[in-house]
Design a protein around this ligand. Structure first.
Ligand code: DLL
Length: 433
């Protein structure tokens, strides 16, 4: 049976959703124009006034915001309420040195928690569940977001945070965790560790809510099989609130965007033009219910496609595909566009674990792509010629997928460093030149 946290909203008619969007967008634009000088200037430069925005149909007239704007306006430049009204900040992991700080009023946190509660209930969660949260707590939004959602559902919440795998597994067994929330790469590692310790029969997990990084269908299958659970995707970004901007339902075909809070658009990342329904492009969000940090037309850099078809789960909110990559994470190798997710799909499809690293270098002005991937322990016991044959097979499969040659190195099980948060998949050494 499908569970909903707010059925009247999650299953509202498309007309009703559009009506909410229209009635919330108009005052939000007005308020941002009046209270955020940074955005007012962008609107003035584009010659748009709040009066020009009468409905969602006018959204395209507004200027975009990018991560670059957030950096320029750091830390308070995009705040739309007095700082005294804020109760919390969260921040990005900042792996690329581009730290973003987002502000929340108590009302913002309540709405964010509700979005996460919708995700937990869509994964079958109820007040009888034990929700084991090993996303990081602290500045990262993963832990606090799922924690708040779990409280709203009324589940018993284990605020584990990341790390200490032995303790994670012990609590999972002792307290009977039923829903696991973490990054998919950590879920895969936990699955491996649980099986290694012979504890597969001692865990009561039934579902996982995995997101914050790209993961393939093959990886989903692998985690589901190893843990005997149903694995649900969840998406979000700090700038827009955190996890729960969208989430998967039992149908597992795309993530329902919480459209009563965030209006999505798909644009051409090069021209900024809004693309017709069904196009692949960059996802842009406009926040229509936030007090403190209501970003308008924020460019996520995530590449995906929106699906407005009816979903068997009964929810009516549009579904976004798994992000296929990021317009800024896309590697251009020998002039060819390569998304790490394409490489992962090939590896998992050939039976390799999701422990791999992509290393890009430049030698004599020529790009070199190397893919290091761990063997399973069965593969590792193969003789050398069999290992070489496997490497050749992967080279061919990668060539067929990407159209370029990649050096493949099969490495020993467990030799690639594990991540407790987001995995580091790509090492692009060309940037150092
Ligand atoms: O990763 C928020 C989050 C926490 C989402 C926990 C889900 C679960 P940031 O650190 O700001 O926020 O990173 C946001 O991560 O623009 C995507 O590129 C990527 N991302 C997030 N969820 C997914 C997903 C959190 N399900 C950036 N699939 C986003 C693929 C994802 N990529």
């Amino acid at each position: 049976m499908e569970h909903y946290y707010q059925p009247e909203i999650e299953c509202a008619s498309r007309d009703q959703i559009r009506a909410w969007q229209n009635e919330r967008l108009v005052p939000t634009v007005k308020r941002v124009y009046e209270s955020v000088p940074y955005y007012r200037q962008l609107m003035d430069e584009k010659g748009v006034t709040p009066d020009d925005i009468k409905s969602v149909d006018d959204l395209h007239k507004l200027p975009f915001l990018t991560k670059d704007d957030l950096r320029k306006a750091y830390p308070f430049g995009l705040l739309a309420v007095p700082l005294k009204d804020c109760v919390r900040i969260q921040s990005t992991s900042g792996t690329t040195g581009r730290r973003v700080v987002a502000f929340y009023t108590q009302h913002d946190i309540d709405l964010w928690d509700e979005c996460c509660a919708r995700a937990i209930m869509a994964a079958g969660g109820t007040n009888e569940d034990v929700v084991h949260v090993c996303y990081g707590y602290g500045l990262f939004t993963g832990g606090p977001g799922l924690n708040g959602g779990s409280h709203k559902v009324g589940s018993l919440t284990l605020p584990m945070s990341s790390g200490n795998t032995d303790r994670q597994i012990q609590f999972m067994c002792d307290l009977g965790s039923t829903i696991l929330c973490c990054t998919p790469s950590y879920a895969a590692y936990l699955a491996e560790s649980i099986i290694e310790r012979g504890l597969r029969d001692q865990i009561k997990l039934k579902a996982g809510i995995f997101g914050a990084e790209a993961w393939s269908e093959e990886m989903r299958q692998d985690i589901q099989d190893k843990l005997g659970i149903k694995a649900y995707d969840i998406y979000g970004l700090t700038e827009i609130s955190g996890p729960g901007v969208s989430f998967e339902c039992s149908d597992q075909h795309g993530m329902h965007i919480n459209e009563d809070h965030f209006i999505p658009e798909i644009i051409d990342p090069n021209t900024g033009e809004v693309l017709p329904e069904g196009s692949v492009g960059e996802l842009v969000f406009t926040c229509i219910t936030k007090d403190a940090f209501p970003l308008l037309r924020y460019r996520t850099r995530d590449i995906c496609v929106l699906n407005y078809e009816k979903c068997p789960c009964g929810r009516t909110h549009v579904r976004m595909s798994k992000p296929m990559g990021r317009s800024d994470d896309m590697l251009i190798i020998k002039g060819v566009n390569v998304f790490p997710s394409q490489i992962e799909a090939v590896l998992l499809n050939k039976g390799y674990p999701a422990n791999y690293q992509i290393i890009v270098t430049r030698e004599n002005n020529t790009d070199r792509l190397e893919v290091q991937v761990e063997m399973t322990s069965e593969m590792f016991s193969d003789n050398l010629s069999k290992v070489s044959a496997r490497e050749r097979e992967l080279v061919e499969a990668l060539k067929a997928m990407l159209g370029i040659y990649a050096v493949v190195k099969l490495v020993a099980p467990k030799s690639i460093t594990r991540s407790e948060g987001k995995a580091v998949r790509v090492i692009d050494k060309r940037k150092l030149y």
